[in-house]
Design a protein around this ligand. Structure first.
Ligand code: ADP
Length: 255
């Protein structure tokens, strides 16, 4: 699994600067997402990671530079769990089905749409939770429900915002495996994370961002004290464990 993508370009950002109103959040961004890519956008809070996803999604226009995308590109977006109103009175099945029916005039579903929802819930291992209220799900199950919504669109490119933030260790492991499976099936995946050891070190390809692209490459190439300092603004030590970089806070600079 190389993750850098070998196929056709899906979205290309060329000399892009972006932000909100008169505020500049990202500048000089040159980045291509290809078919078969699996990339983590790594950076501290406020670095512009979500802004980069919005550019890829097309929901935010650049202030300067150009963005080109493949014709008829199907993109799905999984938001951060924290941004969702979990008290909305709806079951898992209804919530997933809505991603199909919400965009049209008559909101009721056809038998084939219902079958599609049932099959994607089964694939994600939450078929038995279909009739639960969404509030009654664990963090990992909530994440799977949003993945189910995203997968129903059969996207060529899947974007996820901090998919493992706030979930426990075993869920993080499950989510990573699920995403690796989807990537194996040919889906291009871009996610954001600030979690170095739990997430970034296990991804095939990383782009380190702190308002601009600091570095990109494999975890071995970019999880280095120099790149981490440029990205997070703090000196960190990097050890190796079973071929995976492990980051520890440098005690000489801590506190
Ligand atoms: P990250 O995902 O790395 O935490 P974001 O892309 O969410 O960073 O945000 C980068 C900066 O842009 C932050 O300073 C944030 O406050 C600001 N920002 C994000 N979204 C908006 C918005 N909709 N309107 C104004 N400012 C925003």
């Amino acid at each position: 699994m190389t993750g850098t993508g070998v196929g056709e370009a899906l979205v290309t950002l060329t000399d892009v600067s972006a932000g909100y109103g008169n505020t500049h959040v990202l500048h000089d961004i040159n980045f291509t997402v290809r078919e078969d890519q699996f990339t983590g956008i790594l950076g501290p809070s406020g670095a512009g990671k979500t802004t980069m996803l919005r550019l890829l999604l097309g929901s935010l226009k650049p202030q300067s530079g150009t963005i080109t995308r493949a014709p008829k590109l199907a993109v799905s977006y999984v938001p951060q769990l924290e941004t969702v109103d979990w008290n909305f009175p709806i079951t898992v099945f209804e919530c997933v089905l809505m991603s199909r029916t919400a965009r049209r005039l008559l909101p009721w579903a056809t038998p084939s749409e219902k079958a599609d929802v049932a099959s994607v819930l089964e694939r994600l291992g939450i078929g038995d939770l279909s009739h639960r209220h969404i509030r009654e799900l664990s963090g990992g199950q909530q994440q799977r429900m949003f993945l189910a919504r995203a997968l129903l669109r059969k996207p060529a490119m899947l974007l996820l915002d901090e998919p493992t933030s706030g979930v426990d260790f075993s869920t993080r492991h499950d989510v990573l495996h699920l995403l690796a499976d989807l990537h194996e099936d040919g889906m291009s995946i871009v996610l954001t994370t600030h979690d170095l050891n739990g997430m970034a070190a296990h991804l095939p390809h990383l782009v380190c961002v702190n308002h601009h692209i600091v570095a990109s490459g494999t975890p071995q190439e970019v999880i280095t004290p120099e790149v981490l300092e440029g990205t997070f603004g703090a000196r960190m030590e990097v050890l190796q464990h079973l071929g995976v970089p492990v980051v520890v806070e440098d005690s000489r600079t801590a506190g």
